[in-house]
Design a protein around this ligand. Structure first.
Ligand code: PEP
Length: 253
């Protein structure tokens, strides 16, 4: 953490929670995190409960995010969701290029870039995910993969756009596996991402960019991760489904 950057903790609920369950989870989280003012808190429930969760957090310190969007404004794109639909439900953020989207739904760097352009064009803030697989890490390709994903996602972004982007470094081997990157392993890649952004933009843009870590973040490991200079927040999957765990992660010292 660096005091110049406001921490951002986001919970990615993935494909979990019916509307009754979502209302219950959101209200429990709200009881625990109201009054936390010195960091950004974001909830990313499934599309089907955005409205429900939006109602539970309206007017509070917690922001609503979607887990995906489509790059066209509207039309014959069965099963897709537009930026305008997300804004209509009160979303401020959208997660783009999560590794599960890349892995199971064939999202490429080019698609991630198109989604990012659309999100920003419509006024959403974006959390853009990058991360290497276990095989890529073992083959010594981590840096190359991260640089390619960062460059691909950010293609065409202006300095002003960069102010609305958060990058999430999520090593695929650490997501949902209980295997967290060590703070040092995560920090090394966060520095790499910041250097890449410095090469593409200005010192200010690189220094302002918030980079979250994601991958089996828990109440037990959040403080050691957040103690690193270049780790500015967490993208939390599994632990965000448990109100106490998520609240403890949000309120890390
Ligand atoms: C995620 O979904 O972005 C994630 C990091 O999941 P988990 O915390 O369960 O590893």
């Amino acid at each position: 953490m660096n005091p110049k950057r406001r921490p951002i903790i986001a919970g990615n609920w993935k494909m979990n929670k019916t509307s009754t369950e979502a209302r219950d989870l959101a209200s429990k989280i709200m009881l625990l995190v109201t009054g936390v003012q010195d960091r950004d808190i974001v909830l990313a429930p499934p599309f089907t409960v955005l409205q429900t969760v939006g109602e539970a957090i309206r007017g509070t310190n917690v922001a609503l995010a979607a887990q995906n969007l489509f790059w066209e404004d509207r039309g014959a794109f069965t099963g897709e969701i537009s930026a305008e639909m997300l804004l209509d439900l009160g979303c401020r953020y959208v997660i783009i290029g999560h590794s599960e989207r890349r892995q199971y739904f064939g999202e490429t760097d080019e698609m991630v870039n198109k989604k990012l352009r659309q999100a920003l064009r419509k006024g959403l803030f974006a959390i853009v995910c990058v991360g290497e697989s276990l095989a890529e890490r073992e083959q010594g390709k981590t840096n190359e993969v991260i640089e390619r994903q960062v460059t691909g996602a950010l293609k065409g972004m202006t300095e002003a756009d960069m102010m609305k982007i958060v990058v999430a470094y999520e090593p695929v081997w650490a997501i949902g596996t209980g295997k967290t990157a060590t703070p040092e392993q995560a920090e090394e890649i966060h520095i790499l991402i910041r250097r890449k952004v410095l090469a593409l933009y200005t010192h200010d843009v690189a220094e302002t960019l918030r980079i979250q870590y994601g991958g089996s973040v828990t109440p037990e490991n959040v403080s050691s991760l957040m103690a690193m200079q270049d780790i500015d927040g967490a993208l939390v999957g599994g632990a965000s489904l448990k109100p106490d765990s998520f609240a403890t992660i949000v309120t890390f010292t």
